[in-house]
Structure formats: structure tokens, C-alpha cells
Design a protein around this ligand. Structure first.
Ligand SMILES: NC(=O)c1ccc[n+]([C@@H]2O[C@H](COP(=O)([O-])OP(=O)(O)OC[C@H]3O[C@@H](n4cnc5c(N)ncnc54)[C@H](OP(=O)(O)O)[C@@H]3O)[C@@H](O)[C@H]2O)c1
Length: 398
């Protein structure tokens, strides 16, 4: 519910805004610091040294970049997920080391920007430790929104979205109540294969899928954008973040990626948030909220974009969003199974081990074998593992 949004307003507003425009320095741990969102987060920190400080950094295996970042920010807490690389690099390794970075005493906000549901454990640990969360890793809420959001409320911390669509909605909702909202409309670029039909997509390669028309992102999310699964995941993410029914969250294709999403209110009025497709805008909003600080980013003007166009998604060609939506309607552990199946299939596609159209088939096949149970943390972790094994078996990955 949007009550969850006003919870963010209260906590960040009271704790961090000291008289008018002066803001205390917020100390960040960035999980996934070597990735697309992670490096852009660090760029925003560099632009606001009086407001933001990095005290923790974690990545998977890019030891060289992690070391460079740690030196640049004089950062004491670092970790690498990959234990072997961590040992050779002489930094703490493994999931517990990543959790230690997230819960370190100095940390105020944890930026969760790792690729995939691997961010779940550190996110839960950080919330338990009373840290605010700036969330990029949508998979965390897709798989475990029913565990994470109640915990956010119980601990009185904030969960601020970094995903551009959810940031847009968060911005449009400021000052409004849940019962004033008719629906959310998430915009989708349509990805590199917009306008193609199934027959055109049988042979596409990962190199073609990675050629996104408007956004520069990591590999897995770029594949998700090509299949439109990214929108399916975002519909579920929006449902959890804003507490609206899944059917109140719609998708509209907008190839220019200038309008980052819309909110329609009960009186039919529609608000949208606009800007260049640059993730540093929502990252800064999440980290400095509710402040609007000047930065070095390029301003957008309506004269910069001759036309803004919108079209309905082609769900016959791109089946993933509807499969994801259906998993949310099935409820329980089904979205967790869907998410895990998609993660394995998308990564297999990147390695040439799964066809592009096969991604949807494999996710659907996995869901057809799954009987949803209560979404407790134990059940979710078990289902995540089961779905990964199931896809590996279907695709003969081992
Ligand atoms: N990029 C965007 O524009 C964008 C927009 C909205 C939402 N998001 C979401 O943000 C998240 C990150 O996306 P991205 O595009 O930044 O991905 P990315 O460029 O692939 O970066 C992923 C980051 O996570 C780390 N990582 C990967 N596997 C890990 C593991 N098992 N344990 C710990 N760390 C791990 C990587 O470390 P190494 O470098 O060491 O491998 C890297 O720092 C995803 O959930 C994505 O959906 C991204």
C-alpha cells in the first residue's frame, strides 16, 4: 500500500533532513558495486561528497575493480561473493562476508544492486539490522516480497526503489493516498526485438539480445528486457512496493524511454515522470530522497525528443510478462519458482545453452511442475533451489 511509501517519507524525512536543505551524510554499503547500477551509484556519490559516503562495497568476482573502488573511497568493509577469488585477493569471501558488509555498524543505507535473488539474504539481514534499503535487485521482491515487505514495516526502515519505473511511480505518488490511485502504467522500451514476431526470433543470439536500444545495463537484465520478462518482474515488484493489486499494474510500450512510468488517479488524471534514460537520476532520488539536489547530469527538454509514442505490448510474441503475472496470481511460492527458472534460463541463453523463445517455455514448464506452498523464507529458499535444478535438468546444463 502507499502507506508503505509514506513510511519512507516519515523515516527518511525525520532522520536525515536537518533544517531546510542541509542533509546529514548518509553512509552507504553498495552490494554489486562493480556492476552497471553499482558503478553509477558510485558516480552519484562522487557528485555529492557532502551528502553521501561509501563505507562498504561487495561484488561477485571482479577483485581488481573492487580494490580500486575501495581505495578510491577509503572503504574498510569489502567482500567478494566468489570464495576462491576472494582468497587470492585477500578479501573476505562468500555470502556471509557480503552480509557482514551490509550490516556493518557504520552503514545507514544498503544499495542492493547484485544480479538476481542472491541479494535476498543480505537484504533481509540489513533490514533486521535496521538499515534502510535502496533496491535495484527487483528479483528480491519478486521472489520474496511477502517476507521482505512485512519485515520492512516491522523494523520501521525504508525501502526506496532504484528501478527507474518504480522511482517514477514513487515520485508521482508523493502526497497521494493509495485509495486515490486507479492504476499504475509501467513503461517498457520494448527491447531490441520490438516489432518482431515469433518466426523472426527463433535464431536470435545473445549478442543481438544484448544490443538494447535505450539502456546500458548488465547482461541478465538486458536479456530480461529483450524477452519482456523484465516487465513481468517489475509488475510484481510494483505490487509489493506500492501495495496495489496485480491487476492495477499495467504495461505500455514506449520506445523512446523518456516517460519512466505513469500513475492514473481515480479522477482520470495521469501523472508521469520524464527524463533521459539515465539510471543515475533514480539512483540519486533514492539516495537523497526527499531532496532534489543539483548534479552534473544532462537536463532533458521536450524539444530534445520530437515525438513520444506508446503502443500495447505484443504478448503473443513476448509471452514472459503474462507468465510472470500468472505466477503472481497463483501466489505463494509460484513467483519465486518463476524468478529462479527465468534467472537460470536467461543466463543459459547468454552462454548459448538455451534458445531465446525457449526461455518462456522453460519458465512455463517449471511452473507447471510446481505446486505453490506458503511463502515462508524456508519454503522460498527450497523452491528457488528446486526451480534452478529443474531448469538445469530441462536444459541439460550439467
Ligand atoms: N542496470 C540497470 O540499468 C538496472 C536498472 C534497473 C534495475 N536493475 C537491477 O539491478 C540489479 C543489478 O543489475 P546490473 O545491470 O547492475 O547488473 P550487472 O552489471 O551484471 O552487475 C551485477 C553486480 O552484481 C555482482 N554480482 C553478480 N553475481 C553476484 C553474486 N552471486 N553475489 C554477489 N554479487 C554478485 C557483480 O559482481 P562482479 O562484477 O564481480 O561479477 C556486479 O557487481 C539487477 O537486479 C537488475 O535487474 C538494473
Amino acid at each position: 500500500m502507499i502507506g508503505k511509501v509514506s513510511l519512507s517519507l516519515r523515516v527518511i524525512g525525520d532522520d536525515h533532513v536537518v533544517s531546510g536543505t542541509k542533509v546529514d551524510v548518509k553512509r552507504l554499503a553498495v552490494l554489486g558495486s562493480t556492476g552497471s547500477i553499482g558503478t553509477q551509484t558510485l558516480d552519484i556519490v562522487r557528485q555529492h561528497p557532502d551528502k553521501l559516503e561509501v563505507v562498504g562495497l561487495a561484488a561477485h568476482s571482479n577483485a581488481a575493480l573492487l580494490a580500486e573502488q575501495a581505495e578510491g573511497f577509503s572503504c574498510r568493509h569489502t567482500a567478494l561473493m566468489d570464495e576462491q577469488t576472494a582468497r587470492s585477493a585477500g578479501v573476505p569471501g562468500g555470502i556471509e562476508a557480503v552480509v557482514d558488509v551490509a550490516v556493518a555498524a557504520e552503514v545507514d543505507i544498503v544499495v542492493v544492486a547484485v544480479a538476481g535473488v542472491i541479494g535476498l539474504k543480505p537484504t533481509i539481514a540489513a533490514i533486521e539490522a535496521g538499515k534502510d534499503i535502496a533496491l535495484a535487485s527487483k528479483e528480491v521482491l519478486v521472489a520474496a516480497g511477502g517476507v521482505v515487505m512485512p519485515l520492512v514495516q516491522r523494523k520501521g526502515v525504508t525501502m526506496t526503489p532504484i528501478d527507474s519505473e518504480h522511482s517514477a511511480i514513487f515520485q508521482c505518488l508523493q502526497g497521494y493516498r493509495a485509495d486515490q490511485v486507479e492504476k499504475l502504467m509501467l513503461t517498457a522500451s520494448g527491447g531490441p526485438f520490438r516489432g518482431k514476431k515469433r518466426a523472426d526470433l527463433t535464431e536470435v543470439t545473445s549478442a543481438q539480445a544484448l544490443n538494447h536500444p535505450t539502456w546500458q545495463m548488465g547482461g541478465k537484465i538486458t536479456v530480461d528486457s529483450a524477452t519482456l520478462m523484465n516487465k513481468g518482474l517489475e509488475v510484481i515488484e510494483a505490487h509489493w512496493l506500492f501495495g496495489l493489486d496485480i491487476d492495477q499494474v499495467e504495461v505500455v510500450v514506449h520506445p523512446q524511454s523518456i516517460v519512466h512510468s505513469f500513475v492514473q488517479f481515480k479522477d482520470t488524471s495521469v501523472l508521469g515522470q520524464l527524463g533521459w534514460p539515465d539510471m543515475r537520476i533514480p539512483i540519486q532520488y533514492a539516495l537523497l530522497y526527499p531532496e532534489r539536489a543539483p548534479n552534473q547530469l544532462r537536463p532533458w527538454s521536450p524539444l530534445d525528443t520530437a515525438s513520444l509514442t506508446f503502443e500495447a505490448p505484443d504478448y503473443e510474441t513476448f509471452r514472459c510478462p503474462q507468465i510472470a503475472r500468472q505466477s503472481a496470481k497463483s501466489g505463494g511460492t509460484a513467483p519465486c519458482a518463476m524468478n529462479a527458472a527465468n534467472e537460470v534460463a536467461a543466463n543459459a541463453f547468454l552462454k548459448g545453452r538455451c534458445g531465446f523463445l525457449q526461455i518462456a517455455d522453460v519458465v512455463e514448464e517449471t511452473l507447471s511442475r510446481h505446486k505453490p506452498t506458503d511463502p515462508t523464507l524456508d519454503n522460498l529458499l527450497a523452491v528457488d533451489g528446486w526451480a534452478r535444478e529443474t531448469v538445469s535438468e530441462i536444459l541439460k546444463l550439467e
